[in-house]
Design a protein around this ligand. Structure first.
Ligand code: ZN
Ligand code: ZN
Length: 120
């Protein structure tokens, strides 16, 4: 069975073989993947990222985010580098969409489900 094949968009640490998590690097204005169990960090390929997001999160017709699925979906990227404006929880599900001006990040707080946007 090919059950252990990573899904599209998932990356694994070459050092410890753990799933890499995306986070935003505000200083460099880009996305990167980091390992929770070692110091490994990898640049995110912006194009690949966008394909992944557009296929899994947005329907072609309607570009609104499906909130309940987003939070429940374990395959979606999460970040623990945020501060929810509503409840100050530090973990949120993390979605990005590229626009003409750059990238828009949509956060969904996993604690209170508050949604907010950021730009990189
Ligand atoms: Zn690692
Ligand atoms: Zn919150």
């Amino acid at each position: 069975m090919a059950n252990n094949r990573p899904g599209r968009g998932l990356k694994f640490c070459p050092e410890t073989n753990d799933l890499l998590y995306p986070r935003e690097n505000k200083e460099l204005r880009k996305l990167e993947y980091y390992c929770k169990n070692c110091d490994y960090v990898e640049d995110s390929d912006r194009r690949e990222w966008c394909v992944y997001i557009s296929e899994t999160t947005f329907s072609s017709k309607d570009k609104t985010i499906i909130v309940h699925d987003v939070i429940a979906d374990p395959t979606l990227p999460r970040t623990k580098d945020v501060n929810c404006p509503n409840c100050h929880h530090n973990e949120a599900v993390f979605i990005s969409e590229s626009t003409e001006k750059g990238m828009t990040l949509y956060f969904n707080c996993v604690a209170c489900r508050y949604r907010w946007k950021d730009y990189i």
